[in-house]
Structure formats: C-alpha cells, structure tokens
Design a protein around this ligand. Structure first.
Ligand code: ADE
Length: 262
C-alpha cells in the first residue's frame, strides 16, 4: 500500500517512518511512504503557498494552485488513490475508518497548515476530510502520522502475529484488558494471581472482566450499541446487582439518611 503525504514540512516524517512497526513495514515493502513538499509546486520568486482569506479575518489560507498541482501529480503516479484531507472539520477518525482506508491501493494525505485550504480544492480534489479528534492542531502532519500508523497495522503481514491487530482495543467495541509483565511484585504491587495460574479459561474470564471494567469507566459510549456475549451479560448483571446494593446501603446510611426528606 502507498501513502503519499502532501505537506509543507516533509522533514517531520523521516523519524516517523524510521521507527518501529512502520519502519519494518517500509523495509519489507508492505507500505511505501512518499512525502511531497507542496512548496515544490508553488510559483514565483518566493514560492508562496498561502494567502489572506477573502472577506477578511485572522490567519492565512493555503493557496489553491500549488495544492491542486501537488494532488494532480500524485494522482498521475497513483491513479487509483483516495485523497484524504486532514482537518478538524472532518469526520472523526476511528478503527473502522482505518480499516476502510487500508483497503485502498494508495492514500494521498493532504496536510493543511494555517487556517485551512481553499474550499474549491476541498470540493473538487478531496475525497474525504478526516479529523483525529476534537482539538485544533497547527497542521495536519501529526494527524497524517496517526492515520498512517493505524492503517499500516491493519495491512496483512505488518504485525508479526496476524492475530494481534484483531485482539486490540476497539475492534470489538471494548477497550483492551490490563497487561502485566515480570517482576511478579513491583514496589509492593502484585500481579493478579489468576494471570500466574496457567488456567487459560480463568485468565480469559479475568481479561473479559478487565476489558468491560475499563470500557465502562472510561468509554461507556462504546457499549451503547454493542451486542454482549452471554459471559459478558453475566458479569455486567453481577456488577449491576452489586452497585444496586451499594446504592441501597447508601440510602440507609448515606449523607441524607438523617435529613428526613426521603
Ligand atoms: N488539523 C488541525 N487539526 C486537526 C485535527 N483535529 N485532525 C486532523 N487534522 C487537523
């Protein structure tokens, strides 16, 4: 799979492409990352790439001409490409989007700077706009790295163990269970005994509970439309009863118990 990154800061990428899983994927020829400087397509003595917004206002806008040329040049080399603009107004990037993008032969990642790009480019040459979260970055480059990392992991052969992508958080709308490694006691904290027991059925059960607990505490939204397994329902029902008990006890002994207004 090919990634073509259109950016004003191509030197931000060699460190990203030169480490870890992404580096191995590049070395094995499973992915290719080609960084193109948008400024190479600018004209005039000063190779200007931005201009003031029509109608006034703060900040600058990426000029349409160099960006259009850069996108068209990428499409000429890679006719079957999906052009993605990284920007805060885009659809929120998630594991499903990563999987969908992994199905493309080439993804062209357009990194904005300044206030954004000229809307006429967005309307004609961009296939989709993607945001990596509800915050404003100074440019799309960190977002492009996030997208490439998440997509590369899903390409067959990139992860040594073909299963490991499937077992991670989000593929099943559950966060991953906690992990422990040696030593068995660290600064007085012990590894849960079940994980040392070698009883794989019990270990799986423990991991399911840990996943559910983390998801419930940190990302309850992930559970909203999820289909639960029988085991998961048993665990959640037990917790439900325990929480109901705690609330009932609070009702009898809690801070309002003596106020008489119940
Ligand atoms: N560029 C600026 N902010 C961004 C965001 N949240 N996601 C993707 N690209 C961006």
């Amino acid at each position: 799979m090919n990634f073509v990154v259109l950016t004003l800061f191509p030197l931000m990428f060699p460190a990203f492409a030169g480490h870890g899983v992404v580096r191995r994927a590049v070395e094995q020829g499973l992915i290719e990352i080609d960084c193109v400087n948008i400024r190479d397509f600018a004209e005039g003595k000063h190779l200007i790439t931005d201009d003031r917004p029509y109608g006034g206002g703060n900040g600058m806008v990426l000029k349409p001409e160099p960006l259009a040329k850069a996108i068209r040049a990428a499409k000429e080399v890679h006719p079957k490409s999906r052009v993605v603009f990284l920007g805060p107004r885009g659809r929120l990037f998630d594991q499903h989007t990563a999987a969908r993008l992994a199905g493309n032969e080439t993804v062209v990642l357009v990194c904005g700077r300044y206030e954004g790009i000229d809307e006429r480019i967005a309307a004609t040459l961009i296939d989709e706009e993607v945001s990596i979260g509800d915050y404003i970055l100074s440019g799309g480059e960190p977002a492009a790295m996030v997208v490439m990392d998440a997509v590369a992991r899903l390409i067959p052969g990139v992860l040594g163990n073909e299963n490991s992508a499937g077992q991670e958080s989000f593929t099943d709308q559950l966060l991953e269970h906690s992990h422990f490694t040696r030593p068995p006691v660290f600064e007085g904290q012990e590894v849960p005994e079940i994980l040392l027991s070698g009883d794989h059925a019990k270990i799986d059960q423990w991991r399911t509970r840990a996943s559910l607990l983390y998801t419930l505490a940190n990302r309850p939204d992930l559970l909203e439309n999820r289909e639960f397994s029988k085991d998961e329902i048993t665990i959640l029902s037990k917790w439900g009863r325990q929480i109901a008990d705690i609330i009932r006890t609070q009702g009898l002994h809690g801070p309002d118990a003596l106020s008489g207004d119940r």
